[in-house]
Design a protein around this ligand. Sequence first.
Ligand code: ADP
Ligand code: ASP
Ligand code: MG
Length: 419
Amino acid sequence: MARIVMKFGGTSMAGTERIRRVAGIVKRQQEAGHEVAVVVSAMAGETDRLVNFCREANALYDPAEYDVVVASGEQVTSGLLALTLQAMGCKARSWLGWQVPIRTDDAHAKARIEDIDAEALTASMASGEIAVIPGFQGVSPQGRVTTLGRGGSDTSAVAVAAAVQADRCDIYTDVDGVYTTDPRIVAKARKLPLVTYEEMLELASVGSKVLQTRSVSLAMKEKVRVQVLSSFIDESAPPADDLPGTMIVSDEELEGSDMERQLITGIAADKNEAKITLTRVPDQPGAVAAIFGPLADGNINVDMIIQNVAKEKAETDVTFTVPQADLLRAQAMLEERKEAIGYYRLISDDKVAKISVVGVGMRSHAGVASTMFRTLADRGINIQAISTSEIKVSVLIDADETELAVRVLHTAYGMDATA
Ligand code: ADP
Ligand code: ASP
Ligand code: MG
């Protein structure tokens, strides 16, 4: 007998029929003798719909009230799944964030889980009841509902798995594993049977939305075994224990497997950033601090940064990227400080995409970046900014060229699946 946390994403929960299919998968897992808890997302498109309502009601919405609205999508699906399981003869009940409770900090709309009280939950699971938990939501120290940021149900699932000391956390989604790149963009993407926590963390943080970044760092810290697999399986599919999804493993496990380590693990694209350029910033100590200090205070994450060396005029242009969702706020802050910073013009562009190649093999191999630059140049794709880390190279390009760039890079690094 094992204790398993199963998470189902929005596409898997979209409508009565699909929820019935999910209930079938859950029921079979329980019939195999396992203790199960299920974490569910809102129906596909529902969270977007709710976010839009908030924007329409009040463009500068209060994040605490936003949370009240957007957390409701998962409340609906958790109740519906519990009802469907009951209709199939299973013992099941829903546990809302405040009922478990899943305690978070009070950073509304991007709250962090601080602690999960798993006692009542484990007792219920041990009694043969299926616990259904809405993902994405928690409760703040003030007792108010919080949400964990977009894609946050993955993090709920991993956190619940850690709290109940589950043997495994199975993330069921609409693709059957983690691929070398988004299989919806590149048909020749290959499924990875194993991927290390470190590589998955980097891939998620540069835009592979198959797992929320925080869910991967939490799994790594708490040593949760995470598997990504498809919920679109039929009755005759093998039990989850034998399903060919993607297992997230430690470095040692990968070394011990017969999988050959590749130079590049994957390629990700992120269209959620925007570029800001400030022209003719004075080239003197404190100038850059005057730009980025206020942005940091406003909780705006700056990603790529380029500053040119000033020529004779002791002035320089500074270019950087911020999340698209924060662009208006960042612009307003910088315009307010135009004189204090001393720049000439602010130019922004939200039609950009960040393309990243990730792989631990880069540590020991030169030439990954130059292959990237050459491949993009051959296609006439202009690079607007570059950033690197030990296991990643990212470039900023025109958003319209995203698909082409990912496809040609996938081929250039020899990652295309042979048909
Ligand atoms: P869910 O609703 O189940 O949480 P998401 O839409 O958040 O699903 O994540 C799954 C999607 O992630 C896939 O449909 C796919 O388009 C996208 N994706 C991006 N990069 C990858 C990758 N490297 N491997 C697999 N899927 C990826
Ligand atoms: N429903 C939330 C979202 O769409 C959380 C999730 O599905 O992971 O972001
Ligand atoms: Mg998701």
